[in-house]
Design a protein around this ligand. Structure first.
Ligand SMILES: Nc1ncnc2c1ncn2[C@@H]1O[C@H](COP(=O)(O)OP(=O)(O)OP(=O)(O)O)[C@@H](O)[C@H]1O
Length: 256
């Protein structure tokens, strides 16, 4: 039976400032967890530490075994692909350890199937540097999925995507998490998207994980006002999930 992924993080610093207090995260098999918080709260810092890209290292443990950095599918916030390699080649690089002089037809078929799932099949032969930002982002997400990591750690994976592709990517992440049991931890600014697709929401604020729980329990008007400095209107979608409509309120403190 799949076990939870246990992540232990030391205090994280950027420059001289302490960004986040030490914390422990337990991610259940197949769980989709949204990491939310205002600008500068430490979402990128936390994801980089998990991915082994920060000076301080996280400890990741799955079923009593320490996870290797190569087993984490990390997508950074900033990406600009200048490489001339094709979309299909980019995807195949996700499984680079399995590549030889000849690429197994099975691997190519799997990569093509994933491109189809993400509506990218028509772009398979296009050069990465000729794609739009949103198309590149979808290919890079597909590459991380193709790697079949034990954890997907994604920093704003929908930042360049139109509304259709935001939903498509989030739905695919959910399906993949459930079928592979690998949890997804994704930093998201769109709180409605987080509420709709995440099993759990972690709120980073004030240098710590300030709240952790079901979207409805965590995304309260008080918390949104306090940390995002908005006056929220919380509606309900057809499926009962919260939809957050933000309003500026003159009563809330001005930008610092
Ligand atoms: N290289 C750096 N040197 C000094 N401080 C940094 C550095 N990188 C980030 N910081 C600071 O660390 C804090 C956390 O930044 P981080 O990028 O993790 O926040 P974030 O929640 O991802 O923000 P955003 O939503 O804007 O992407 C911020 O106050 C930021 O200014």
């Amino acid at each position: 039976m799949p076990e939870s992924l246990e992540i232990t993080l030391p205090a994280l610093h950027r420059g001289r400032a302490r960004v986040l207090a030490p914390c422990h995260l337990s991610l259940a098999p197949g769980e989709v967890v949204a990491l939310v918080g205002p600008n500068g709260a430490g979402k990128t810092t936390l994801l980089q530490a998990i991915a082994g890209l920060a000076p301080e290292r996280a400890r990741l443990c799955l079923g009593g075994r320490a996870l290797d950095r190569a087993e984490i599918g990390f997508l950074p916030q900033a990406f600009a692909v200048r490489a001339g390699l094709s979309v299909l080649d980019c995807l195949l690089l996700g499984q680079r350890e399995a590549l030889g002089l000849r690429v197994a037809p099975r691997l190519i078929a799997e990569a093509e199937a994933l491109l189809c799932q993400l509506g990218l099949a028509d772009l398979a032969d296009r050069a990465m540097h000729d794609l739009s930002g949103g198309q590149q982002q979808r290919v890079l997400i597909a590459q991380r999925l193709f790697r079949r990591p034990k954890l997907l750690a994604l920093d704003e994976p929908t930042s360049a995507l139109d509304l259709h592709h935001q939903l498509e990517v989030m739905a695919l992440l959910r399906t993949q998490a459930q079928t592979t049991s690998a949890p997804v931890l994704a930093a998201l600014h769109d709180l409605s998207l987080a509420a709709r697709y995440a099993d759990r929401v972690l709120v980073l604020a004030g240098g710590q994980i300030e709240a952790d729980g079901a979207p409805e329990a965590v995304l309260t008007p008080e918390r949104l006002a306090q940390h995002w400095r908005i006056a929220p209107e919380i509606l309900r979608a057809r499926d009962g999930k919260p939809v957050i409509v933000p309003h500026l309120s003159p009563a809330l403190v001005p930008d610092r």
